[in-house]
Write a protein that binds this ligand. Structure first.
Ligand code: TXA
Ligand code: MG
Length: 315
């Protein structure tokens, strides 16, 4: 059979060179991170940012996360504060995104930040993207590598499913270890979680030794979009399927093995469940099931992030 995945590359010196050249020219490529795969482009380049929004069909009001190798690289773009230092020391590089005030002299293109005076920054923890961030002379604007409102991709093949040959380079870094997007925390005033993730609000609270704000965000974010994390077929919560053509996502050892049952974690491990969620949803769609029913998943710690994504996928 003919190999259709000609734009998926394994990581080596040659592809690093090709990737850097492509990014330097303002092109967009896909890179693996520990959370989900991203669509990367030069955050200082209008051409690159425009391309990202076009490719993703993303509403221009929805700002991008800017990715750096380490703290010193972000110094010119954002205003650091004590809470940022504490969380950076504890969790970075890692699956957490900080919203900070944008510096006036910052070169990040206004389109990338949707004209806000804040910037979301992240330091991803995956050796491939880290080696690229170390070489380029600019940070990478990088949303998840999916068409807006679809599920985020957790493998190079998922990215291919979203964009086919519209990308010249998709780097294959294997299955994303964490499998859901980073925790987004606003640090511009009393710290507040804007998007739950693997790093829980409890961990953040304990590290900062202060209570987080529970005020609702008025910033336009995907959380406010009606349809998000949509797997392509209806998702139903709180009941079990009767029709064998419908799939059932379950959690824990009490469920039997059945053709249409997909267990996120037999040993009731929430971390394992998060890492499997998007992958399982994509598999179910591919196998031709008509609907996805989802059983109850504990709503604490990482479970909060999992339930957040499931709820949105059912909207
Ligand atoms: O794990 C991740 O964060 C992945 C990987 C690729 O790094 N990226 C990702 O990006 O999930 P995206 O574009 O799919 O989600 C970015 C989120 C959105 O909810 C967006 O509204 C929010 O970050 N965001 C970006 N800039 C912001 C800002 N200045 N203020 C508030 N929210 C912001
Ligand atoms: Mg996304």
């Amino acid at each position: 059979m003919k190999n259709i995945y000609t734009n998926i590359y394994t990581f080596n010196k040659k592809i690093v060179k090709k990737t850097i050249n492509s990014l330097n020219q303002g092109n967009i490529i896909s890179l693996p991170t520990e959370t989900v795969y991203g669509l990367a482009g030069n955050a200082y380049s209008k051409k690159a940012i425009n391309k990202i929004f076009k490719l993703k069909k993303r509403p221009i009001k929805n700002p991008l996360i800017i990715h750096y190798h380490s703290m010193k690289n972000a110094y010119e773009d954002v205003v650091f504060n004590e809470n940022f230092f504490k969380l950076y020391r504890k969790f970075c590089p890692g699956p957490i995104t900080f919203v900070l005030k944008k510096k006036e002299k910052s070169k990040i293109h206004n389109l990338a930040t949707a004209n806000l005076n804040t910037v979301a920054i992240r330091f991803p923890n995956h050796k491939m993207i880290r080696s690229i961030l170390k070489i380029v002379n600019f940070p990478l604007a990088m949303p998840s590598a999916n068409i807006s409102s679809n599920l985020s991709p957790v493998s190079a093949f998922d990215v291919f499913d979203e964009f086919k040959k519209k990308l010249d380079i998709i780097i294959d870094g294997g299955q994303s270890r964490i499998g859901i997007e980073s925790t987004v925390v606003d640090l511009t005033s009393t710290p507040r979680i804007l998007r739950p993730g693997i790093i829980s609000s409890k961990e953040i609270r304990e590290n900062l030794k202060i209570n987080l704000s529970r005020k609702r965000s008025n910033i336009k974010s995907p959380g406010m979009m009606k349809k998000h994390y949509y797997p392509g077929i209806p998702v139903v919560l709180g009941s079990r399927p009767i029709n064998p053509k419908d799939a059932y996502i379950v959690f824990g050892k009490k469920y039997r093995n059945k053709e249409n049952y997909f267990n996120l974690s037999k040993r009731s491990d929430l971390k394992e469940a998060a890492s499997k969620l998007y992958k399982v949803m994509r598999t179910i769609k591919k196998k031709g099931f008509k609907k996805i029913f989802v059983s109850k998943i504990p709503n604490y710690g990482i479970g909060i992030a999992i339930n957040d994504r499931i709820k949105r996928s059912a909207k």
